[in-house]
Design a protein around this ligand. Sequence first.
Ligand SMILES: C[S@@+](CC[C@H](N)C(=O)[O-])C[C@H]1O[C@@H](n2cnc3c(N)ncnc32)[C@H](O)[C@@H]1O
Length: 275
Amino acid sequence: MTSPKVMLRSRTRSDLRSPSWGGRATHQTRRTSPGARQTGGIGLVGNLLPSPEEWAVRNQALAQTLAELVNSHAPTKTGRGLEVGCQWGVLLDCLAGYTTLRWWGVDPVIGRHRSRSGWELFNGFADDLPFGDSVFDCVVLANVYEHIDPDRRAASLREIRRVLVPGGILVGQLPNPHFPLESHSKLPFMGWLPPRWQDTYWKLSPARRGPGFHSVTIRDLRRRAERAGFERLLVRNFSYPPEAAPTSVRWLARVLERPMKVMPWAWQFVFSRSR
Ligand SMILES: C[S@@+](CC[C@H](N)C(=O)[O-])C[C@H]1O[C@@H](n2cnc3c(N)ncnc32)[C@H](O)[C@@H]1O
């Protein structure tokens, strides 16, 4: 893979010497990540955490649908793509398999790292990306916008725009916080509660909270993206196939397949950087 050094900002060039370069996520880091199983919580709700096989189905469905959007809308100027909020690159590896782009990733929880397939991943936040201007055809932001501090959303979108070529696209997914079973906590109606009540309610969740999430909808993203200099190309409802649901509730996921076309699990979107 070609090194991205030429497009890195100086801050990251010095990180090339960081001892964390090439490091792998430890078992401990993964166990303490948001969303990982925690002790306590309601037993019944514990059955709602996906198994590794169900998680693989989820990644496959997500990667395929996002890749379809990338392949239909991204310009072919640089041949490069970036995933913001990539964790350790699991989704990125899957997504890369469906596109012809060369990929990089950024996430605040990782050090300098390589995904299993060898893509280079960096430490960084969406509002301070360690790359030069106009170096990517495409940025993927999947299940990340709701984790960005509301005060940093506008700056994050401006920063993503900066690293895209004119006409480059921002593609991604935002979970619907108003879906009756909230996707991060696996608790009913969590996304409807005021933040201070969420703190208490989360104690019943089988999933670790970590920094948690902010209840935010596609309206907010659309409005801020347009202000940051993006044009909306597509917003669509999206729900995973029932096979991605834990076995205990798969029958319910099948029953709800139709209603979920109206009240989706998530939205997928494509915005284009205006010139
Ligand atoms: C739910 S994970 C999504 C991982 C992957 N994109 C996927 O969909 O499988 C959310 C990720 O966003 C990252 N994140 C949170 N705040 C961020 C920010 N301000 N900038 C970039 N990434 C952020 C978190 O560290 C976490 O790894």
